[in-house]
Design a protein around this ligand. Structure first.
Ligand SMILES: Nc1nc2c(c(=O)[nH]1)N[C@H]1C(S)=C(S)[C@@H](COP(=O)(O)OP(=O)(O)OC[C@H]3O[C@@H](n4cnc5c(=O)[nH]c(N)nc54)[C@H](O)[C@@H]3O)O[C@H]1N2
Ligand SMILES: Nc1nc2c(c(=O)[nH]1)N[C@H]1C(S)=C(S)[C@@H](COP(=O)(O)OP(=O)(O)OC[C@H]3O[C@@H](n4cnc5c(=O)[nH]c(N)nc54)[C@H](O)[C@@H]3O)O[C@H]1N2
Ligand code: SF4
Ligand SMILES: [Mo]
Length: 858
């Protein structure tokens, strides 16, 4: 079996993967991002490359069409809109999951040939505040850090980052570094406790958006204690006095931390020169995201702790090509290759290089505004590529209505059924990971190849090709006649060389003679190069700029809803949702709620909670935990209308944005919370995919078929008919048992001597072992006898999955701990948990800790 050297399509760590068509997946030992490691999502890639659910042919209005018809139609409708309403009447909404080649071509078509800048991307929801903050401070969007800096630091401050779940391999590298250098300190700044907190020496439970106050306080402290690097600021930095004055006027108590916590953190930071402050969405996704970024950069600039090994600010990128998208200029306020729309010389250089008829002269609409323009009728034709905005944008129901309002909508996706595809006129099938060729840039500016190891399925085509084919049909053949992704990459590098006279950080000359086929992971400007080592920045006078920043006013709501990610799901689950192993980690939408709030609301474990505001309403399972503070709620972003009836959290997220970056504040929305009293609760396992329309439903894959968590506000008249409807099984024998004492109902459907569907219903949240029920699907009907009158208690319940690689549940681990396993390694020996990808090690450590403490107390 030959293994193809490629790159993981998920997070911005950008791990090297060795893959083969039979589903073999290994970490690439030679890739400098991961040196052979993979996390649970990367390790499960082999389970997500099947063709189930794929979009395999173009569709027009839900009917299969051929490519020529579809491409002609897209080109015609875009050209018509431009002719009638001007270039600003059309828009592209693209993605940090597109490859550099796809992204470059889409950006070129919009900015150089359509002549407007209405191409924005999901990176607006992700990195825009970091981009804006970098530009203010450095004059460019430069991420100066490298992964080695994180390993060499004596103090790593993780701000608004759940690294353990979102950048797991980087987290493992830091954990290994800490083990090798035990004096290394880790501080986690996050309003809630997460798996990342478990590795940290200190958890600073900051108030939502308290970050500016925290870092302003730090700057004031550094000044007061004589820790500023005066020589550095005099030679290399502007704006110290104004930034310091603003910092001194700001109240550190607004951070929500107490005086002791602040004093300890400030002293630690001040006295540890080798400090890396790494940050992610808890910083970026905020009404003051850009100010948060600059508050952090200010502290590094004022101490000269930047441009040297083991120190500096580090914005962690989320998507596999978030960084590449910034490089090609695929945001509405950028041109291309780190050149500026507002700069006449830049514009004409790009236009003459592209030999384009026109060039955009002003920034286009940023994501939230772009969908607002869809709602108000400005946008007549919209193309959505490699993203699912009907789920991932705030005010998701409003966004869905806005998309539906656009006269012509086309989507390019690998999957057929997504919430956004449901609103489109034309669907174009793209080749996915493993089938396509191109490049991505990771968080440390390293460009790696994605390589195909599978044939393109049915009629799917690469994104760069689809976009080029539309461009050609719009009359721009000469400029879009690429023969391969290698051609596009070569042009991208050539544009960079053509622009070499402009002072910029981006420098792709190292790729000028690269052999695309054999390209190895390479950092720009040069492997191991260090930005700002000489104290030179990209503002006209060569200096960096400190920015005066102030804290925002707080939301002032009884409940503030925070959102983010689960360890084993990727965004809107179109790919990770295919894996039963990954689904088992957390199988339904949940809301973390503090026990005091739960008691006040009368919420018992397993209750459903309704979260509501003027935008919409969602229903989620209560996960009652002190990990969140009182008044704070946390819910995952992953559930869609395809997988749940009421679990799309962005239905209640408000579209407030940062005024500078335009990035929406996806970490804080005011909501009301109350217990939703369902008439009945249900759990269903079936061989067929259910499509429940009950008030609450969450569907997930299992290793025997499918499962659904259910609840309804009305009891159906006939449970037997309801069970057939819910399981989609009109055929088969059905048996019903009801328990008068509890009001519970249990229905089994069998076909050909096998169990094909099981439904448990109860007036209270259903207590059965999910995994035991799931295991019965497809087995002999004789197993039903064991179920009678009992909740499958005869089988040991492994509990919620902790280790996805080996499917090890919480109860299995508790049994192993009770049996004497007292370290993560011993748990691994006893149960295999944590011995493959290691993503669950933080959870294993936390479980050990809690359980051993409890055992000691007993
Ligand atoms: N498993 C998994 N990994 C992923 C992804 C995925 O979907 N699944 N997506 C990738 C992408 S695109 C991205 S952008 C990254 C995101 O990676 P992260 O940013 O690490 O992940 P999030 O869970 O969005 O948010 C991080 C933390 O910010 C905290 N936070 C909320 N408000 C505040 C605040 O005001 N201040 C501070 N300091 N913290 C706050 C939240 O409580 C949360 O724990 O993950 C990438 N990796
Ligand atoms: N509440 C809340 N909302 C959030 C966030 C949050 O923290 N909280 N985070 C935000 C952030 S940081 C991000 S990055 C976004 C992500 O949000 P989205 O980008 O909307 O989410 P994905 O599920 O990654 O969507 C990718 C789509 O592209 C398809 N696809 C996969 N591969 C290919 C391909 O090769 N070609 C094409 N054409 N399509 C492909 C997938 O099937 C899927 O439909 O969500 C944002 N929304
Ligand atoms: S950490 Fe996991 S998801 Fe991220 S690139 Fe590596 S294997 Fe993929
Ligand atoms: Mo992201």
């Amino acid at each position: 079996m030959t293994l193809t050297r490629t790159t993981c399509p998920y997070c911005g760590v950008g791990c090297g993967v060795l893959a083969a068509a039979d589903g073999t997946i290994k970490g690439d030992p030679d890739h400098p991002a991961n040196f052979g490691r993979l996390c649970s999502k990367g390790a499960a890639l082999g389970e997500t490359i099947d063709l189930d659910g794929r979009l395999l042919h173009p569709q027009i209005n839900g009917v299969r069409a051929n490519w020529d018809t579809a491409l002609d139609m897209v080109a015609q409708r875009f050209s018509d809109a431009i002719a009638q309403h001007g270039p600003e009447s059309v828009a592209f909404y693209a993605s940090g999951q597109m490859l550099i080649e796809d992204y470059y071509v889409a950006n070129k078509l919009m900015k150089g040939f359509i002549g407007a800048a209405n191409i924005d991307t999901n990176s607006r929801l992700c990195m825009a505040s970091s981009v804006a903050g970098h530009k203010r401070a450095f004059g460019t969007d430069t991420v100066p850090g490298t992964y080695e800096d994180l390993e060499q630091a004596d103090l790593v401050v993780l701000v608004g980052s759940n690294l353990a779940w979102c950048h797991p391999v980087l987290h493992q590298r830091i954990a290994a570094a800490k083990q090798a250098r035990p004096h290394m300190r880790i501080v986690n700044v996050d309003p809630r406790r997460t798996a990342t907190t478990d590795l940290a020496d200190v958890h600073l439970r900051i108030a939502p958006d308290g970050d500016v106050a925290l870092f302003n306080g730090l700057l004031a402290y550094l000044a007061e204690t004589g820790k500023l690097d005066k020589a550095y600021t005099e030679n290399h930095v502007n704006g110290l006095d104004a930034a310091l004055a603003a910092a001194q006027a700001s109240d550190p108590a607004d951070s929500g931390l107490n005086a002791r916590e602040l004093a300890d953190f400030y002293a630690l930071w001040a006295n540890t020169p080798k400090v890396v402050t790494a940050y992610s969405q808890g910083v970026n996704q905020s009404v003051c995201g850009t100010d948060k970024v600059n508050a952090i950069l200010n502290c590094h600039l004022a101490t000269g702790r930047i441009g040297k090994a083991g120190m500096g600010p580090f914005s962690l990128t989320g998507q596999p090509n978030a960084m590449g998208g910034r490089e090609v200029g695929g945001l509405a306020n950028m041109l291309a290759n780190h050149l500026e729309i507002g700069n006449e010389a830049h514009r004409s250089a790009v236009q003459s290089f592209w030999q384009s008829p026109t060039i955009c002269t002003k920034p286009g609409l940023k994501a939230v505004d772009l969908f607002e323009a869809c709602a108000n009728g400005q946008i007549k034709a919209l193309w959505v590529i490699s993203t699912n905005p009907a789920v991932s944008l705030p005010d998701a129901d409003g966004v869905a209505a806005a998309i539906a309002n656009v006269p012509f909508v086309v989507t390019s996706d690998i999957m057929e059924k997504t919430d956004t595809n449901a609103l489109a006129d034309v669907l174009l099938p793209a080749t996915g990971w493993g089938e396509k060729d191109g490049t991505v840039t990771n968080s440390e500016r390293r460009i790696s190849r994605q390589r195909a190891f599978l044939p393109a399925p049915a009629e799917a085509r690469p994104d760069w090709k689809i976009i080029s084919d539309v461009a050609k049909r719009m009359g721009f053949s000469g400029a879009f006649s690429y023969g391969s992704s290698a051609d596009v990459f070569a042009e991208y590098v050539a544009l960079d060389q053509a622009a070499s006279a402009f002072p910029r950080d981006l420098d792709l000359s190292i790729f000028a003679d690269a052999d695309y086929a054999k390209m190895v992971p390479t950092q720009w400007p040069r492997n191991g190069a260090r930005f700002f080592a000489n104290g030179q920045y990209y503002h006209p006078d060569g200096k960096a700029q400190m920015v005066a920043v102030t804290s925002p006013v707080s939301l002032n709501s009884r409940f503030t809803l925070n959102t983010g990610r689960n360890r084993d799901q990727w965004h809107t689950m179109t790919r990770t949702g295919k894996s039963a192993r990954l689904g088992a980690h957390l199988a339904e939408p949940y809301v973390e709620m503090n026990p005091v709030d739960a008691a006040a609301l009368g919420a018992l474990p397993g209750a459903l909670i309704a979260l509501q505001n003027s935008r919409g309403r969602v229903l989620m399972r209560a996960l009652i935990t002190p990990r969140v503070a009182q008044g704070a709620l946390f819910a995952p972003m992953h559930w869609t209308r395809q997988r749940s009836t009421a679990g799309t959290v962005n239905s209640v997220m408000t579209p407030l944005t940062d005024p500078i970056s335009g990035q929406p504040a996806l970490k804080a929305s005011a909501v009301t919370a109350e217990v939703f009293k369902a008439k009945w609760y249900g759990f269903l396992a079936s061989i067929l995919e259910p499509d429940p329309r009950t008030t609450y439903a969450a569907v997930a894959r299992t290793n025997t078929g499918w499962q659904a968590e259910l609840a309804g506000s009305k009891n159906p008249e006939d449970w037997e008919a309801e069970a057939r409807l819910l399981t989609g099984q009109a055929e088969g024998d059905l048996s019903l048992q009801s328990d008068a004492a509890t009001g519970g109902v249990r229905i089994a459907i069998t076909q050909g001597g096998r169990i094909t569907g099981l439904l448990f219903v109860s007036p209270n949240p259903v207590v059965v072992s999910r995994s035991a029920i799931i295991a019965l699907i497809g087995t002999d009907t004789s197993a039903l006898a064991a179920l009678a009158g009992r909740n499958a208690a005869d089988r040991p319940d492994p509990g919620a999955t902790v280790c996805a690689c080996f499917d090890v549940g919480r109860n299995t681990l508790l049994a192993a701990i009770a049996g004497g396993a007292s370290t993560v390694a011993a748990l691994g020996d006893a149960t295999c948990a944590g011995t493959n990808c290691g993503s669950c090690k933080p959870e294993l450590a936390a479980l050990l800790d809690q359980t051993l403490q409890r055992m000691a107390a007993e």
